[in-house]
Design a protein around this ligand. Structure first.
Ligand SMILES: *Cc1c(COP(=O)(O)O)cnc(C)c1O
Length: 386
């Protein structure tokens, strides 16, 4: 049996996989089991920030792997401590809780917001405001936070205490806060799974002001937008706001599973001993990889991300067969005349791996994709969209 046949027989059928078996890769190029070459314009859904098998990341991970791979959170290890320090120094946040995925990073954020609000305002202050068309994860609670009904069907009852407000509707947000008993506001600065839609600055700043004025924790879900993806270290940094809680994952680990929930001065002591935990959280190998990623996301590197973004926008905006281009940095959504799925399949046949988001073609290339490969991939995408 082929890999595809074995997978289809034994792996739970939750994913619509593309008909490609990947064997190996280097940088922004994959090789299939059939020897075919593919340019990576998806980075494993925004995870391999420096591509596949990046030398610096590989050295950090393998060195740690040869020392110790796991200790549990009963002991101190250097990568966990140094990663938390680096994240706090680069954001001004004060404390970090480590987990293993984006959903878990959001679960932690929600627990912090609920405990903070319950202690200050009473246990009936548990409602979390999130946005229509948002995506926050697949656990039952983060699914409840996710403002897309089609993910909810057949999984009821969901976790109670979530209200969804239309994105970029300041009046609706103000009304929802005024109705009261809000424990937290959770939003993505660019709705990724929702179709790569950036929120307006006005809306994000209104949310931040409402949160501050009403002592409501503002949580920014940076699972996809974080770690350089948008051309800033975190997406919120485009909008001149200071969140209380930041959750992140995907690109942070560069390919190993890690989630992080960052808490500011006001939130740093909310969780005490026994309030939360994770057996794998802060795993030294994952943290060593993440530290090598975070250390390289300096201003010069982020400026290069921005330059590549401008190149993609300038090439695709107004091109034949392309209706619109949205996004920030190297998180890009393309509305195509042809169905997105057809465009992605044709790109694949020509050796370029793209993603979709809702009805759009989505690009999340490795942040360090070399310019020549980016040019080659964009030329193919343009040709296929015609
Ligand atoms: C991917 C994603 C998640 C979920 O992350 P997992 O690691 O799959 O649990 C949550 N929020 C956003 C914005 C995401 O893009």
């Amino acid at each position: 049996m082929s890999i595809t046949q074995i997978d289809k027989e034994y792996v739970a059928g939750t994913y619509g996989r593309f008909p490609v078996e990947l064997l190996s890769g280097k940088g922004s190029v994959f090789t299939g089991t059939d020897g075919k070459r593919y340019i990576d314009m998806g980075s494993g859904i925004g995870v391999t920030a420096f591509g596949t098998g990046d030398e610096e990341w590989l050295a950090a991970v393998t060195e740690q792997l040869s020392r110790l791979q796991h200790t549990s959170n009963l002991y101190y290890t250097e990568p966990c401590a140094l990663l938390a320090k680096a994240l706090c120094e680069k954001t001004g946040m004060k404390k970090v809780f480590f987990s293993n995925s984006g959903a878990e990073a959001n679960e932690c954020a929600i627990k912090v917001a609920r405990k903070y609000s319950a202690e200050r305002k009473g246990a009936d202050h548990y409602t979390i405001l999130t946005l229509v068309n948002s995506f926050h994860g697949r656990t039952l609670t983060t699914l409840s936070a996710t403002g897309q009904d089609h993910f909810h069907r057949l999984f009821n009852p969901l976790t109670p205490g979530f209200v969804h407000v239309p994105a970029n509707d300041c009046a609706a947000l103000e009304a929802a806060v005024a109705e009261g008993k809000i424990a937290g506001i959770l939003l993505e600065t660019v709705q990724g799974e929702g179709g790569v839609l950036p929120l307006t600055k006005d809306f994000i700043q209104t949310a931040a002001k409402l949160a501050r004025d009403n002592d409501i924790p503002l949580m920014i879900d940076e699972v996809q937008t974080g770690n350089g993806r948008t051309g800033k270290l975190y997406g919120y940094m485009h909008f001149d706001i200071q969140p209380d809680i930041v959750s992140t994952a995907k690109g942070l680990g560069g390919g190993l599973p890690i989630g992080a929930t960052l808490m500011n001065e006001k939130m740093q002591s909310v969780l005490g001993p026994g309030d939360h935990g994770s057996t794998y959280g802060g795993n030294p190998v994952c943290c060593a990889g993440a530290l090598s990623v975070i250390r390289r996301l300096d201003d010069r590197f982020l400026a290069e991300v921005q330059t590549k973004s401008e190149y993609i926008f300038s090439q695709l905006t107004g091109a034949e067969g392309i209706e619109s281009v949205s996004g920030l940095g190297l998180m890009i959504g393309i509305e195509t005349k042809r169905p997105a799925k057809d465009v992605v399949m044709d790109c694949m046949a020509k050796g370029v791996l793209c993603l979709t988001a809702k009805t759009k073609v989505r690009l999340l290339p490795p942040l360090n994709i070399p310019m020549d490969l980016l040019e080659e991939a964009i030329a193919i995408i343009k040709q296929v969209c015609k």
